[in-house]
Design a protein around this ligand. Structure first.
Ligand code: GLA
Length: 726
């Protein structure tokens, strides 16, 4: 998968459909090619090294011109490259300059794992390490490139070692930078807000820098650590797409810069604005892994590569292979207002309907009748739960269901015993009031004693009652950052605590959450196979949120529930059946008071659960082909259609698939809509029942001629069908 052409000084990483090529020229490491697969050969012509006045070795006179246009694989600040740098090193006087030169390389089986961080893992991979050195400071930078068998992705990470004599400060260490040789790109990225996460936006690049980032201490609702550069003609199923994401849950930046020579520098890494890391001699530093995906089969192909890589080589939980229980969560059912009796009645009804796991959300501890208090006091509230959790868990397990519990382990309420006893546990700057958000502060997770204080409390609960599932929430952003480098250290502290949890309780199904989807990123997948995607459970809005999420994250990770109507977030009413069909794009569960449902709705639940068990393997292990796009047509996204959404999940051997179609808006005088399926075996015949009619059609027919869906008679009506190869 990795070759070195010694004469040309060229490294080539090959994946099934792509090649990624680097060249050492005059000691500089230059990006040479990334695109459709090509046989290893000398590609140094592409570097324009002979173009006047840039000839590097023969022309010291024009060194700066060379620096400002050469395609650097890991660009440096302060020595003539005025585009965005990947690394910034500042000396004691505040001078910032760096010039990395090639020292050596190594190609080996296996991979390098950044220390104390989530990372990809597994057999069947090969790695190229390239060692570079900045002579004056003695800082050594190793660029790590890993390719996994059969996957069109390149995993990059960066590690630093200070081999010099004087301490320096790292001002930035990005995880990946790629200089692409042209400007024919549009940038596909995700923006959003609370309850409106991951809205897809696709816009042409313009000269200058287009940047998305987070300095909130979490990957955030507002922007996601994902973007793709796609050709103007690229569609869901055709054309080139270059996807980038970061295996990191904290602050990040991503950027595409269109330069004076109409080249595109694409970058992703930890946030750079106020990044600062004291780097003393003999110390080491790791930047998180970045994942770079090339697809020549459109945006869909790019997404499927991310999904496969993350399912096979990032998620560690056994739940990536095994069936997850269908859960019911009491948050939208009761919010903070429940007692043992109320929970029991919901659990009884849920058990009767076939629901398998009961999740007790916020409000069970301290004296938490609202979100004003008690975070940090993880002892059951005896007023609501006399005798603690045990009578409830006995009741639930006695009904044959598993039990799950909500925690917000990184937070502390000013009104809590923990804060009264340890006011220094909360993040803050001395002499400055702390800013409250949702009436809470953030715990200083850089401190082991603080983490231990929470761990001991959680452990006591986990050892006293049978907890099969945990929802790990994080409901505010960081403010009053006490010192440089804190936010990175905070994230590493969170990862340490998560590592402890999954190591000591490996069987617990962990769902991470952050006020809905503020930490919906690849970093969290290493610990939790599923992530709550949004506090907005409205089926129509979820089409967009889930579409955006699926651009880079596997659908099996998208926490998705059926809730009541009118929906609590939007007030919208949608059919119960459609709510289930939309929730089946993710983890599938319920978040409502089953005792309050109409008999007609209740009667649909057992059938939905059994349908889910029939298809959950396809959602988890199959390939997703998006057949619609719930975003409105606008500008360059004119091929999109807001009136419907559709998708199909196809098993790896193409013997089985599940197709779902949503009629978002009904129109008067509407013709039936033709939907071309995808991902099937052209030569095979498939049996299915659609809109009440049984049929058998070839894969070729279904993909080239399609299926006809009549007007379903109203907004947000839907159909779902399983196709079986015959
Ligand atoms: C966050 C979560 C919700 C719920 C509440 C509880 O907002 O996203 O699902 O758990 O916290 O306070």
């Amino acid at each position: 998968m990795i070759t070195y052409l010694e004469e040309a000084g060229q490294f080539q990483l090959d994946t099934p459909h792509a090649s990624y090529v680097l060249t050492v020229a005059d000691g500089f490491l230059l990006h040479t090619y990334w695109g459709k697969r090509i046989a290893p050969q000398d590609l140094s012509d592409l570097l324009r090294l002979g173009d006047p006045p840039f000839v590097p070795s023969k022309n010291e006179r024009e060194r700066a011109s060379f620096m400002d246009c050469a395609p650097f694989e890991y660009p440096c600040a302060g020595t003539g490259d005025y585009r965005e740098a990947a690394i910034g090193i500042e000396n004691e006087d505040g001078a910032c300059a760096c010039n990395l030169r090639y020292i050596s390389h190594r190609i080996y089986n296996g991979k390098y794992n950044p220390r104390c961080m989530p990372h990809t893992w597994g057999n069947g991979c090969e790695t190229l390490d390239i060692l570079l050195r900045d002579e004056p400071t003695g800082v050594e930078v190793t660029l790590h490139y890993t390719v996994f068998d059969g996957i069109d992705a390149i995993i990059r990470s960066v590690s630093l070692e200070h081999c010099g004599y004087r301490d320096v400060t790292l001002r930035r260490v990005l995880s990946a930078s790629v200089d692409l040789d042209d400007d024919r790109f549009e940038m596909l990225s995700l923006y959003g807000s609370w309850a409106r996460e991951r809205q897809a936006e696709r816009l042409p690049l313009r000269h200058g820098k287009q940047r998305l980032d987070s300095s909130r201490g979490e990957s955030s609702h507002q922007y996601s650590p994902f973007f793709a550069l796609v050709r103007p003609e690229t569609t869901e199923q055709q054309g080139e797409a270059y996807g980038f994401t970061l295996i990191w849950s904290g602050d990040f930046m991503l950027q595409a810069e269109l330069t004076q020579f109409c080249q595109t520098r694409a970058q992703i890494g930890m946030q750079t604005d106020d990044f600062s890391h004291a780097f003393s001699t003999e110390s080491e530093f790791d930047a998180p892994e970045a994942v770079l995906v090339y697809s020549e089969s459109g945006i869909g192909g790019m997404s499927r590569t991310f999904h496969k890589l993350f399912s096979d080589h990032l998620i560690r939980s056994d739940y990536r292979y095994i069936e997850r229980p269908v859960l019911i969560n009491n948050w939208e059912a009761t919010y903070f207002h429940f007692d043992l009796e109320k929970l029991k009645t919901i659990a009884d009804e849920a058990a009767k309907l076939g629901i398998e796991l009961f999740v007790l959300d916020d409000g069970w501890f301290g004296r938490r009748d609202s979100d004003n208090c008690s975070l940090g006091d993880w002892t059951p509230d005896e007023r609501k739960l006399p005798g603690g959790l045990k009578p409830l868990t006995d009741h639930i397990t006695g009904r044959g269901m598993q039990f799950g519990l909500w925690f917000e382990p990184e937070m502390i309420s000013p009104d809590s015993d923990l804060f009264r006893e340890n006011p220094d546990f909360a993040v803050g700057i001395e002499g400055r009031p702390r800013t409250q958000s949702r009436a809470q502060y953030v715990l200083d997770y850089t401190r082991q004693d603080v983490r231990d204080a929470i761990w001991e409390q959680m452990k006591k609960i986990l050892d006293s009652v049978p907890v099969s599932y945990i929802k790990w929430d994080m409901n505010r952003q960081l403010t009053e950052i006490p010192r440089a480098g804190f936010r990175r250290a905070y994230m590493l502290g969170v990862y340490q605590m998560l590592e402890r949890l999954v190591t000591e309780y490996p069987d617990i199904l962990l769902e991470s959450c952050s006020g809905g989807g503020a930490r919906f990123d690849a970093g969290m997948l290493y610990y939790s196979p599923q992530i709550w995607a949004s506090d907005n459970t409205d089926a129509k809005d979820r089409l967009r949120i889930q579409y955006g999420a699926s651009l880079f994250m596997p659908p099996s990770a998208i926490g998705s529930h059926v809730s009541v109507c009118p929906n609590h977030a939007t007030g919208r009413v949608t059919p119960f059946e459609t709510r289930a069909n939309v929730a089946m794009f993710g983890t599938f569960g319920y978040e409502l008071d089953v005792t309050q449902l109409s008999d007609a709705e209740k009667s649909q639940i057992p059938a939905q659960i059994s349908r889910w068990h029939g298809i959950s393997r396809l959602i988890r292990d199959g390939a997703l082909w998006r057949l619609g796009n719930p975003f409105r047509p606008s500008g360059y996204a004119a091929q999109q259609n807001a009136d419907f959404d559709a998708w199909i999940f196809v098993s790896a051997d193409k013997s089985e698939a599940v197709f779902t179609y949503i009629q978002i808006t009904a129109e008067a005088n509407m013709k039936s809509r033709r939907i071309l399926l995808a991902g099937l075996d052209s030569d095979a015949d498939y049996a299915f029942t659609l809109c009440g009619c049984e049929d058998v059609k070839s894969g070729a027919y279904l993909m080239q001629c399609g299926v006809m869906i009549p007007n379903l008679g109203g907004d947000m009506q839907s159909v779902q069908t399983v196709l079986q190869k015959v």
